[in-house]
Design a protein around this ligand. Structure first.
Ligand code: P1T
Length: 396
């Protein structure tokens, strides 16, 4: 059996999140660690020239702490293989480098994290001639109509960032299979606890582990999960060749964060549902977007393909950009910051922050307005969060 295969696939999610990758090492000289050590060695010695004695040769190629994380990441997405990278963007870049060449075409969701669009447009399109079509992938006909003989990849985020639009992974995977096109899902917003795209037929899952997987806003990282061995070998080759790997210490932090993913996700969701209901009733709010609200246009699909609704909410304040700024600046517990998925609540204005790299006219085309506020609901006590929102609205 390939050593990167998830070996504990029969375990329940919470159990594998804790145990996979944590080998206590009872071999002679081993300490019986309950937690995988941080292996800082950049290189590994061998007793003779032909074979690396412990299976490791150089840390960029393979490192014991990162390898433990890769096993854990694979098990969470029910994947055969996983690879860990220095950031979500490093994972995305390595993926494109490993699978595409000049002239290839990507069909991408028109609502994506701003940094992903910047990477696609400014690096892969402008400098490497990768062709791009941004479309509303909720419309399956539009996908079919956009396919050319150069199309090699369909790139999805669902729910998307920041408008939380939801597309049908299984149906799009079916289109991908029919036309021999790889379907990639960035599963950062749901985390593997609430959604498993490979189970729905996607070929590749991408994560910014910076977010829910690490969960404590103290490490930037990324991951890729796949089932196909040939795909894995191509991406692993590029991981080593390009070298955008996650460090041993950061690998340890993500390993540690994952152990509490299930309990954190439940609380993120519980708080987000209460906050979205509060916002829905508020006179200073003109629109609330949360997949767990029946008013969400893809609520039925969300119920079908996700096992929970997550901790991200976007809403339009009944005001302009200045009003949005004033509101977020009055909050005490919600930190004004980019990123998401940490235990603490974060709030931001996408037009000024995470999606500022997208032209205003392009933002408007997809419905991203200046008065949109995005919230990453943390796991603080709900009463404190609601009280904070109320005091910020009351001075409005
Ligand atoms: O920041 P990094 O780890 O490189 O991950 C990039 C990334 C990829 N995919 C999605 C869906 C993301 O949301 C991100 C990063 N997003 C933010 C920093 C943000 O505030 O939305």
């Amino acid at each position: 059996m390939d050593e990167r295969k998830g070996i504990f696939l029969t375990m329940k999610f919470e159990t594998s999140a804790i145990h996979v990758g944590e080998d206590p090492n009872f071999k002679e000289g081993g300490a019986g660690d309950a937690v995988i050590p941080i292996h800082l060695s950049s290189t590994f010695g061998r007793k003779n020239v032909d074979v690396p004695t412990g299976g490791y040769e150089y840390s960029r190629t393979k490192n014991p702490t990162r390898f433990a994380l890769e096993k854990k990441l694979a098990s969470l997405e029910n994947a055969q293989y996983a690879l860990a990278f220095a950031s979500g963007m490093a994972a995305e870049s390595t993926l494109l480098i490993s699978l595409l060449k000049s002239g290839d075409h990507i069909i991408a969701f028109d609502d994506l994290y701003g940094g992903t669009k910047r990477l696609f447009n400014r690096v892969f399109h402008e400098r490497m001639n990768i062709l791009l079509s941004y479309i509303d992938v909720r419309n399956l006909k539009e996908i079919e109509n956009s396919i050319t003989k150069e199309t090699k990849m369909i790139w999805l985020e669902t729910p998307s960032n920041p408008l939380l639009k939801i597309c049908d992974i299984a149906a799009i995977a079916e289109i991908g299979r029919k036309h021999n096109i790889l379907v990639v899902v960035d599963n950062t917003f749901m985390s593997p606890y609430f959604q498993n795209p490979l189970n729905l037929g996607a070929d590749i899952v991408v994560h910014s582990t910076t977010k829910y997987l690490n969960g404590h806003s103290d490490c930037v990282g990324g991951g890729i999960m796949v089932n196909d061995k040939e795909l894995f070998n191509k991406i692993r080759f590029a991981q080593n060749a390009v070298g955008a790997i996650l460090s041993p210490f950061d690998s340890y932090l993500v390993l540690r964060g994952i152990k509490t993913l299930a309990v954190r996700m439940k609380r993120h969701e519980e708080n987000a549902l209460k906050i979205s209901e509060y916002l829905l009733k508020h006179k200073n709010v003109s629109k609330v977007i949360y997949p767990g609200l029946k008013s969400h246009p893809e609520y039925k699909l969300a119920e079908k393909q996700m096992s929970g609704f997550g901790g991200m909410i976007s809403f339009e304040i009944n005001s302009d950009l200045n009003g949005a700024k004033q509101f977020v600046e009055r909050l005490k517990y919600f930190l004004i910051a980019e990123s998401l998925g940490g235990v603490e609540s974060l709030i931001e204005i996408p037009a000024m922050m995470t999606h500022a790299s997208i032209l205003k006219k392009d933002r408007e085309l997809i419905g991203l307005k200046d008065n949109l506020i995005r919230v990453s609901v943390g796991i603080e006590h709900i009463d404190d969060l609601l009280e904070d929102l109320e005091q910020a609205f009351s001075t409005f």
